[in-house]
Design a protein around this ligand. Structure first.
Ligand code: FAD
Length: 824
């Protein structure tokens, strides 16, 4: 059997190599137009960027090596011009000599790949407009960069476009990336692309989204002026076109082979074309989509390579079916990774396929182990069965692992209920005992079981107007930005303040990522409220509404969250402080919100105005919180940037009297709290809020009364002369933080011990640590003298730093405060 293969890279070489392994007798001829065979096209951007140092590393094989190892007749520089199906011959041109000859076949395999799209625009033939598909293209782009190009415009924000943006930035070029859609990476949904866009901007890539190139003009000296539809013009040393690919089907079309609805070669389940002697594979063919049904173009290396193998099996007499593809793909963008598998939401909508969706934003491994990086996961699933329809994962570490598990689950036809039970590898360096994949299963299953009623960012504001939007985050988080019109009742206060909520209207509850709001929704639902929880929390909300809302509250959120580095520069800076030249550093990594700002607050306090502080934070929210915190406290943000999974900032300490921002100037800068309870959980909540408010520059007074006084008691009190009643009272009540119990689930102390263990494991500060932070940061702790008297508690029994005060003092503080919180 003589087999001719057209195209000697992914699909073609896979077919050739496997066929030889299966059939030692077959005559196998590979005809490849370009000078190279079996090269690593997926590595091309990284050679330009200098990560792959040697050009030879891209060239995996040569005709000689393939002859030696597999006895293949590989002819590079041989282009197939035509197929004569009647005589079963192809016409071939040797590109160097121009010689044309004919080659016969018993079976022909077409693997010609795809061609880069070149939009028909004025000036598109400018010699400095380049594409990247093969090694000669790579050489041309690299030659430009090596010759000292300073700037490039990339047209197209797909996988190759963003990879090239990174590579060209690595070579020191100014990079503008133009994408017609309002997002980069079209295979994922826009709200999932947002963190990547932020990350690219943070690395200096200028993104022009939602606009397209209109024309190219010669700018002299080999440079190009790119004109965009939105009126922007950009001059650059060269332009790289990565506006997508189309299947290369000219040979097939001219030979009368059938094409599919998307213009690719139509093949059957054995990858035979409409001519049974001609097979086809790779970017040039249409493949069944295992989720969406129908035939689709899925131009990826994995399917191309596997199709090549399937063809070899069939040629070697082992009938093998091609089962289709789901388009699993991943890309690295600077320090981030993003990938998707199956269908995205845009396509499901277009195809009118019913779906539900959930988002989660977990850490990539256990939070208590250093270096946990944030991750965003979106899963789409069938409303009736829970069958997984699509998955998107974006983050820094562990993205590939979650995506591959979800892709495998999808191909096995698993449901979101199955994800709950998947047993996955776990140690704190790699994941969590409840892996993000399990978590997404829990959330989606809760939705399908009716335990969780979700609302979505796109329902705001039209569909949420009939109810109350409830933010259950801390006041300091709320202050940094919230859903316009939302009221704030922090989760710890929700049960006691539920009476403030209407029972006749829906409550649209949310928090940062969806966990606290889930707890809130369960609590409220069981009290008879009609509650819905925001899918993915405020993180997903602001990604969805980026730049589209004009409300001042959201703008504040956007100012903080969308382009923190830029907004920090744009906002009115505090009066400049003369530099002292002293630079200090503080590492706030591994801490959960509001831990970083608390530690930062403590670190900056002893410094002098003009001193500088280098801060490292692993919570990505600090990109937003940092600038807001500086503004609120009158410090200057010298710079802030994402460096891999951490955020680094340099802050110059401002004048001692912090000046409030215009957004907050009108509001009182005081917060009063009444702490009535000595339950451990309530005490924790009280101190978390107090420290958060203090970190935001507010004056905080905590007024401890009745049982709340027990929080302030020393564990060992000095010997005091007391009456019998007072002594008895003292013995019956908890003495200090170590004896406090949970208000619920205490279970003879087991629940309390468990809570302390979990808090320690998750890096959440203990109550004593929170109290110490409060004391050091200047939170005023006031013991109510009247209650002390009633309960027989003496001054000497209280911890150091507590002031004594009566109702007059409390009323004074309370009336100057923006709100008084009652913790009871
Ligand atoms: P190709 O590998 O393109 O091979 C087709 C070959 O056929 C070409 O060499 C061409 O010269 C030859 N040919 C065409 N017509 C003729 C003719 N008439 N006569 C002779 N020879 C002919 N995919 C991923 O999954 N992950 C990635 O990270 C990734 N990165 C990529 C990065 C870049 C820069 C590029 C360009 C592609 C990337 N891809 C990636 C896509 C992946 O490379 C393709 O999906 C895959 O190579 C397709 O295989 P193929 O065999 O169909 O086509």
């Amino acid at each position: 059997m003589k087999v001719l293969i057209v195209g000697g890279v992914a699909a073609g070489m896979s077919a050739a190599a496997r066929l030889r392994r299966l059939d030692e007798q077959a005559q196998i001829v590979v005809l490849e137009r370009s000078p190279y065979v079996s090269f690593a096209n997926c590595g091309l951007p990284y050679y330009i960027g200098g990560i792959i140092r040697e050009r030879s590393q891209l060239l995996l094989q040569t005709p000689a090596s393939l002859k030696a190892s597999l006895d293949l007749d590989v002819r590079t520089g041989h282009e197939v011009l035509a197929i004569d199906r009647k005589t079963r011959r192809v016409e071939v041109r040797e590109t160097t000599s121009g010689r044309v000859y004919h080659e016969s076949y018993d079976k022909l395999v077409l693997c010609p790949g795809a061609l880069p799209l070149r939009p028909t625009l004025p000036g598109i033939d400018h010699p400095s407009i380049l594409v990247l598909r093969n090694v000669p293209d790579t050489d041309a782009i690299k030659a430009k960069v090596d010759a000292g190009a300073k700037s490039a415009v990339i047209i197209g924000g797909g996988y190759i476009g963003v990879e090239m943006a990174e590579s060209l930035k690595a070579r020191g070029l100014e990079v503008d990336l133009v994408e017609m859609l309002p997002q980069v990476l079209p295979p994922i949904d826009p709200e999932m692309a947002w963190p990547l866009e932020e990350h690219m901007r943070a690395h200096g890539v200028r993104l022009h989204l939602g606009t397209a190139a209109a024309a190219f003009r010669d700018a002299g000296g080999g440079r190009v002026r790119t004109e965009l539809h939105n009126g922007t013009t950009i001059e650059s040393d060269f332009v790289m076109l990565s506006a997508g690919v189309r299947p290369d089907v000219e040979l097939a079309r001219a030979a009368g082979l059938e094409l599919g609805p998307h213009g690719g070669i139509r093949v059957d389940e054995y990858l035979r074309t409409s001519d049974p002697d001609i097979y086809a594979a790779g970017d040039a063919v249409e493949t069944p989509h295992r989720i969406l049904g129908g035939s689709w173009l899925i131009p990826l290396a994995g399917p191309a390579n596997r199709q090549g193998r399937v063809i070899a099996d069939n040629l070697a007499g082992r009938p093998t079916k091609w089962i289709g593809a789901i388009g699993t793909s991943i890309v690295k963008v600077f320090d981030m990774a993003a990938g998707s598998a199956g269908a995205n939401e845009k396509t499901l909508k277009r195809q009118k396929i019913p779906y539900r969706k959930v988002y989660i934003h977990p850490g990539h491994h256990a939070g208590y182990y250093p270096g946990a990086a944030p991750m965003h996961i979106k899963v789409l699933f069938a409303p009736e069965t829970g069958k997984i329809l699509g998955a998107q994962v974006v983050g820094f570490e562990g993205v590939d692992k979650r995506l591959d598990v979800l892709a495998t689950a999808m191909q096995a036809g698993l449901t979101v209920f199955d994800l709950e039970h998947l047993e996955l590898a776990y140690a704190p360096q790699f994941g969590s005992a409840k892996d993000p994949v399990n978590m997404v299963g829990f959330v989606a299953s809760n939705v399908l079981r009716g335990d969780l009623d979700l609302w979505y960012p796109e329902e705001f504001p039209e569909k949420t107007g009939d109810g109350v939007i409830l933010d259950v985050r801390s006041p300091s988080e709320y202050e940094l930005g919230h859903v316009p019109g939302a009221i704030n009742i922090p989760l710890p206060e929700l049960r006691s303040r539920a009476v403030e909520l209407p029972r006749t209207k829906p409550i649209y509850v949310y928090c940062k990522v969806g966990f606290r709001s889930y707890l809130a929704s369960r609590a409220l639902r069981q009290r008879g409220f009609h509650v819905r929880t925001l899918a993915g929390g405020f993180d997903t909300f602001r990604a969805w509404h980026r730049g589209s809302l004009d409300d001042s509250e959201m703008r504040r959120a956007e100012e903080h969250y969308v382009e923190p580095a830029l907004s920090a520069k744009a906002s009115a800076p505090p009066p400049p402080q003369a530099l002292t030249g002293r630079v200090f550093s503080v590492d706030c990594s591994g801490l959960q919100c509001p831990g970083p700002v608390l530690k930062l607050n403590a670190a900056i306090q002893p410094l002098a105005p003009g001193d500088e502080l280098d801060v490292t934070v692993s919570d990505p929210g600090f990109l937003a919180d940092g600038p807001a915190w500086c503004r609120a406290n009158g410090h200057e943000l010298v710079e802030i940037r994402a460096e891999g999974p951490v955020v680094r900032a340099r802050i110059r300490k401002g004048a001692p009297k912090a000046s409030a921002t215009s957004a907050t100037a009108a509001l009182p800068r005081k917060q009063a709290m009444v702490v009535f309870s000595d339950d451990l959980d309530k005490a924790l909540a009280a101190f978390v809020i107090a420290n958060g408010a203090r970190a935001m520059g507010m004056e905080v007074t905590m007024f401890f009364t009745f049982w709340g006084l027990n929080i302030l008691r020393k564990s060992q009190s000095p010997p005091l002369k007391k009456g019998a009643l007072d002594r008895m009272f003292g013995l019956m009540m908890p003495r200090g933080v170590d004896e406090l119990k949970l208000s619920k689930m205490n279970m003879l102390g087991l629940g309390t011990a468990m809570m302390k263990h979990v808090m320690a494991k998750k890096n959440v500060h203990s109550l004593s640590q929170l109290m110490e932070q409060a004391r050091v940061s200047g939170v005023k702790l006031v013991a109510c003298t009247m209650s002390m008297d009633v309960m027989g508690i003496r001054r000497e029994e209280l911890i150091d730093g507590v002031e004594l005060g009566g109702v007059g003092m409390f009323i004074g503080e309370s009336s100057e405060s923006r709100a008084t919180l009652f913790i009871g």
